[in-house]
Ligand binder design. Sequence first.
Ligand code: FES
Length: 284
Amino acid sequence: MVDAKQLPMARGLGKTDRIDAWWKSPIAMATYLAVMIAYSTWRGFMEADFWFFAEFGRSAGQQTMYIESNASHVLSPLFSPIILPGEGKLGGLIPEFLYWMSPAMFILIIPAGFRGTCYYYRKAYYRSFFASPAACAVSTPYDKYNGETRLLVFQNIHRYFMYLAVAYMFILLWDVWLATQFHSGSESGFIISVGTLVLTLNVVLLGGYTLGCHSFRHMIGGIRNKFRGNGGAVAEACWKACTGLNKHHNKWALYSLFWVMFADFYIYMCTTGVWTDVVLLGGI
Ligand code: FES
């Protein structure tokens, strides 16, 4: 048996013998993720009712979560399903001491948990935020590489977030349906606005991301030893479709994240009157 030999490698944060611009990718990813996290945090807190944030959003008399112009209803995906503390069926379940919370805070745990434990994002943020390692053949600042052991075992919870994320897709689909309906007095009917299209594309991108999830792919067909008999043909077709999406999981992950934020930003801009949600078809 041949003894395993460790190749000589420079040691210390960012030390490497690589001569290419390996640092560009982790820096770009760190910037992208930091902007997305900062934006979603800001928007989530904007509709909270405490301290500095009482000056914004609903508590200041101007909600920024959904567009109600032209009798249509376009709800931001960051706040869906909308849970207004103390209001409606869902909001009525919230205890009074939590009335300061923003509707986003009740539901963002699902998309945040799903993305935070996603296999692709794990690689992305281990590299860009923790330099563990920053890139292939680049030294880490740590003495020893432990992999996903100890506390990081909690990442296995991803499969359960996947179940919730799949269910969440139906809520977002329902929002698209609501964005195609207008109600004005006794009149009601069909409407397509730019906001409807923004929400539709959001569901398409999130669908591509969610249905290409490694855990979903395993559940839908990967778990089987063979595709013969017992619904095997259906499982095989689903598995192949998931595999097609899974091949580009990184792109679905990045584009869908951007579009969720853009959809919210679009709605925010329309509620503040800077932009107008133009009606393209139907409406009043
Ligand atoms: S592995 Fe990325 S969402 Fe499941």
